[in-house]
Design a protein around this ligand. Structure first.
Ligand SMILES: CC(C)(COP(=O)(O)OP(=O)(O)OC[C@H]1O[C@@H](n2cnc3c(N)ncnc32)[C@H](O)[C@@H]1O)[C@@H](O)C(=O)NCCC(=O)NCCS
Ligand SMILES: Nc1ncnc2c1ncn2[C@@H]1O[C@H](COP(=O)(O)OP(=O)(O)OP(=O)(O)O)[C@@H](O)[C@H]1O
Length: 200
């Protein structure tokens, strides 16, 4: 089974991904792959520079992510251009990684895809696992984690479908408003229901 792990920015996907790894499931991380393809030797680097200009390259030759983030989260047209360059390469690599885990004998593979809904990637997964927090908690956690201002955090949240609109299309929803221990318990229950964790 291919499980699509998703949510909204800072709702707790990476936190849950770590728990899933502890349960022995392989996790393919779209954010990680997106970072890799944008490295100087990566498949998207040249195209990103020709689209966004050499201003976004730092002295060490890598892309200035903070600057690129400022640009794309304040300008939808630029965001869509970046998505069009990066996303096909990320999807290709994710499929390759999933096939490879399956060939190694894993019955279940998790694809951590932040933009599963926005990019309509339901066809890539068998089940959607949504990590939910209420919008107020989402904003607070994002500001705290990124040490960003409220305006910047709101701009990032606004670049995605609101978390409250994602619940209805999910096969499983885990609320991460409480403690991490509570989230882990909910996760364990859901994975047992889905026959992914065998009950002792
Ligand atoms: C603009 C970039 C360089 C900013 O880097 P930064 O280190 O600040 O953020 P990071 O990559 O850790 O992303 C954090 C979160 O932001 C959200 N996010 C990132 N890119 C996008 C986007 N294009 N649209 C909406 N939300 C996004 C996701 O929830 C993601 O988990 C980076 O986000 C990026 O390359 N984005 C384009 C690729 C992309 O869409 N990645 C997300 C899934 S593949
Ligand atoms: N239950 C929780 N209680 C308190 N803090 C939490 C909880 N779950 C996650 N966090 C914190 O909230 C922040 C966001 O969580 P995390 O990075 O897992 O989200 P994410 O969905 O992977 O984010 P992104 O979309 O940016 O990749 C982190 O600082 C994390 O430590």
């Amino acid at each position: 089974m291919i499980i699509g792990l998703t949510g909204g920015i800072a709702t707790g996907k990476s936190t849950v991904a770590e728990m899933l790894k502890e349960f022995g499931l392989p996790v393919v991380d779209a954010d990680f792959i997106a970072k890799e393809v944008m490295q100087p030797e990566g498949a998207a680097f040249d195209e990103v520079i020709s689209e966004f200009g050499s201003d976004i390259v730092q002295e060490d030759g890598t892309i200035n992510r903070a600057l690129l983030g400022q640009r794309i989260f304040s300008n939808e047209e630029e965001r869509l251009k970046l998505n069009a360059i990066v996303h096909p390469k990320v999807r290709k690599e994710m499929r390759r990684a999933a096939v490879s885990y399956t060939a190694e004998g894993h019955a279940h593979v998790v694809l951590d895809i932040p933009l599963l809904y926005e990019s309509n990637l339901f066809h890539m997964v068998d089940r959607v696992l949504l990590i939910y927090v209420s919008p107020a908690v989402q904003l607070q956690r994002l500001i705290k984690r990124d040490q960003s201002g409220e305006e910047q955090a709101r701009a990032r949240i606004a670049a995605q479908i609101p978390i409250d609109e994602k619940e209805s299309r999910a096969d499983g929803v885990i609320s991460n408003d409480g403690t991490k221990a509570e989230t882990r318990q909910e996760l364990e229950q859901l994975l047992s229901q889905w026959n992914i964790l065998k009950k002792p």
